[in-house]
Design a protein around this ligand. Sequence first.
Ligand code: B12
Ligand code: SF4
Length: 440
Amino acid sequence: MPTKKLRIVLIAPRSEHSWESLGLGYIAAYSYRFGFTPEQYTFFHGQFDTDETIVAGCAEADLIGFSLTSFQTTAALALIREIRKINRRARIVWGGYAVHGLGEAELSKLYGHAVDCFVQGPGEEGWLEVLQSESPPRFVRRELMKDLNRCPFPDRELIRVDRHFAKLAALGEGRKTSMELQRGGCPFDCIFCAARSFTREHGSSRTAENMVAEMEELRDRWGMDRDSMVLMCDAEVFLTPEMGRLAELKKSRGVEFGFGMNVVASTLLNKGARQVLEKLVGAGLREVWMGVESGPSLMHLTGKPNTPDQIREAFRITREMGLVRKGYFILGFTPEETRETVLERIPFIEELDPEEVGFSLYVPVPGSLDYRHELHKGIDYASSCEYHNTFTRTKTLSNGELRELQAYLVDHFKERAAYRQRRGEQGGPRIKRAAGRSGC
Ligand code: B12
Ligand code: SF4
């Protein structure tokens, strides 16, 4: 194939809730450095484009890249069935967390009939390999780039972030968008988390200059002003000295938007980290999102390096800093979960007093320690989401009982339940007053 003339379609298939497809914005932008051009790319997002539009848009494509979590594979397979009716020659490539965490034999067996090539782990260099090769390998995995500043900023024009802005505006919400800060992997091993399948390399980071340059682009090109909110989409942000420099630089360059990020509670507690956090608050940090997951008695089974006391302390100091604190809980992440252990979250949450709480129902995902392919390969991810599935049960609780308990907790904390969790509502007064979007 004359690679520089390729007609390329990138697709983020339908999923229950979705953010901008930054991953596709990244891989396209990286390819521009090697002679590929934005004009070669067409992009579709299942939230805004119908299946018919997407399929028709693939008629002339040479290469079709799908970005997928496990929850989107069924939608992708359905699209491919239709695409193949009108285009048998295009090469179909999958990337994203749906493929990072599975072995080659597993991917071949599950999806090999529909997919020509799987790109695992960080996608930029793997995608380039696919673009530049006449016959790319079936499986490509490149490690995290040593110098993360070599990654260009994602092409937000291509991925049409304007449509996300318009959608939020129609919902009466302010301007929000997402950005990735550090990108390096996580050193921890929470049993339910797939982060380890992206990369195990921890500690490298974009420089403060690089991160703030992207923030300036968000301000100057995308209108992110002091009333806007950026959701940092890193699995966790670590409070390194570089983040302190980022805070200083963001302020000095007049980047005023607010932002929120995931943090591991226990990593906030040493003095150095606290100072960095304070600097970030001075530079617009408004929200911290902490996965608490469990009540005190089963916390040690999550694999997360948090104790109940560390959680208490992290919520206390972040309240003192004036932050909106969102606490996330996962029900049924262990077979040991009982009615009592679910309900012990109530006094614990009351003690922590977060501004927002979310109660998801555990589902094992590829890439996480707890995922066992033979046991879990039949899970119907297409009808699962963070808030519901029909799979999970524990030694003492059926799936129905877990869902009832989840509903009970949401009702008990309705003033602060994550607003996507309360279908059809626009958010309680407490949340709307202060919080941003945790998904949409
Ligand atoms: C934002 C987010 C959400 C949002 C939006 C999700 C969406 N579908 O748009 C919300 C809040 C709604 C959400 C919900 C859920 N999420 Co979520 N979410 C994330 C999060 C934090 C960021 C995603 C992101 O923007 N990443 C940044 C971009 C740049 O990375 P990327 O997309 O992975 O792209 C890179 C590579 O993967 C690769 N790549 C990606 N696509 C492609 C395509 C091609 C062709 C190629 C070559 C390469 C390539 O290259 C890119 C650049 O290196 C990730 C964790 C993370 N940090 O990635 C979890 C994550 C994706 N979520 C996860 C899960 C499990 C869920 C939930 C079930 C809730 C829960 N229990 O956690 C639901 C299910 C939602 C659904 N139906 O899809 C898991 C997915 C695991 C899996 N096996 O699928 C992740 C990985 C969290 C984790 N660490 O376990 N989520
Ligand atoms: S949940 Fe957070 S701390 Fe745990 S492994 Fe995933 S990214 Fe790391």
